[in-house]
Design a protein around this ligand. Structure first.
Ligand SMILES: [Zn+2]
Length: 114
């Protein structure tokens, strides 16, 4: 991807995002593009039976691929904090869109606190 060297081409007014829950920013980390990561993500989702593994109030999230939800493989410990666990299956968790987004926000909040 090439960045424009001409600053005047960038919009002067930032686009207002009115969505309540913002998706995590597009990650530039090239790790997410690798075949190794794709394979890791597939294993994590298969292991979970393609169902969200988040538990709230003792009740596991009901969302699953079977029910038509998009599933994501989520790192329990963020790759930016623990890059050595990036391909560790024990650091993987299958999450629905809503829980995947929440985990990203939480990870960012933790980093800002520390
Ligand atoms: Zn969920």
């Amino acid at each position: 991807m090439r960045r424009s060297r001409i600053p005047s081409l960038s919009p002067r007014v930032p686009t207002l995002d009115t969505r309540k829950v913002k998706p995590p920013p597009k990650r530039a980390d090239p790790h997410y593009q690798t075949a190794e990561h794709q394979q890791w993500a597939l294993q994590v989702k298969k292991r979970a039976g393609w169902r969200c593994e988040y538990v709230e109030n003792g009740h596991r999230c009901e969302r699953s691929r079977e029910k038509g939800d998009q599933m994501y493989a989520d790192h329990i410990q963020d790759v930016r904090d623990r890059p050595e666990l990036a391909l560790d299956l024990s650091n993987g968790r299958c999450a629905c869109n809503s829980h995947n987004t929440r985990a990203g926000i939480q990870a960012r909040a933790n980093r800002m606190r520390s």
